[in-house]
Design a protein around this ligand. Structure first.
Ligand SMILES: [Zn+2]
Ligand SMILES: [Zn+2]
Length: 231
């Protein structure tokens, strides 16, 4: 902490990046209440799908996935849901920094020096409406924190253009998993997303990268839904 930081902390005590209450300790972005409220994922965790072990359905839902490993910091529940909503609606950079720090701590084995971070691109329509992309904010913060390079190696087709020819079911489901590589991808990619739900989105990204020549693919996300529905 520099002298300037100390002076600023004296005048305006740091506020929690999640609940805005004063009282976050120096060097920490969350107050102790929020840190306690987050549903941390404890060991043992499956290294392929990031779910706590043993698997409820016995079979790992990522057994056939195009990514080899996955990791998340918290379960997508309670305070973690609130934090992600706050990030989605406010582009709160301090919150993205908190999430990146927690991913960096939880996913250390995946974040090797050979890896390039690639954010899962949001649907272009959503990105335009929001003006930013939560996964991209987290990936940028994670790159700053780890020193790993970051590349926009994927693009996502617009759901609007796809829906012209899509079946009714696809339109209703709303899932747009049409990812395309941008040029030749790095050999070793770690995908970055805000939430890992069924894994279908990460898998679609990993498949597109693998087709384009990527050899090693991991996936990190801040939060993980705990129901391991098959995909
Ligand atoms: Zn707080
Ligand atoms: Zn698993």
């Amino acid at each position: 902490m520099t002298l300037l930081d100390e002076l600023v902390a004296l005048i305006a005590p740091p506020r929690c990046a999640l609940c805005a209450a004063p009282g976050a300790r120096a060097g920490e972005l969350l107050c102790s209440g929020c840190r306690r409220a987050l549903p941390w994922l404890g060991e043992p965790i499956c290294a392929r799908c990031a779910l706590p072990l043993p698997h409820a359905r016995r079979r790992c839902p990522a057994a056939d996935a195009a990514f080899e490993s996955a990791c998340a910091a918290v379960a997508y529940e309670g305070a973690a849901r609130h934090a992600l909503l706050a990030l989605k609606f406010s582009a709160a950079r301090p919150l993205a920094d908190v999430m990146a720090a927690q991913i960096a701590a939880a996913a250390r084995p995946l974040l090797q020096p050979s890896a390039t971070l690639v954010a899962v691109p949001a649907d272009p329509r959503r990105r335009r409406a929001r003006g930013f992309d939560p996964a991209d904010l987290i990936a940028a913060a994670l790159a700053r924190r780890t020193g790993l390079p970051r590349a926009a190696a994927l693009r996502r087709a617009s759901s609007a253009s796809r829906q012209l020819g899509a079946s009714r079911e696809v339109r209703r489901g709303g899932a747009n998993l049409d990812f395309r590589p941008r040029g030749r991808p790095p050999e070793h990619v770690v995908l970055v997303d805000d939430v890992h739900t069924t894994g279908a989105t990460l898998n679609a990204c990993a498949r597109a990268l693998r087709h384009a020549g990527c050899r090693r693919i991991g996936a990190v996300s801040w939060a993980r839904t705990l129901d391991d529905c098959p995909h």
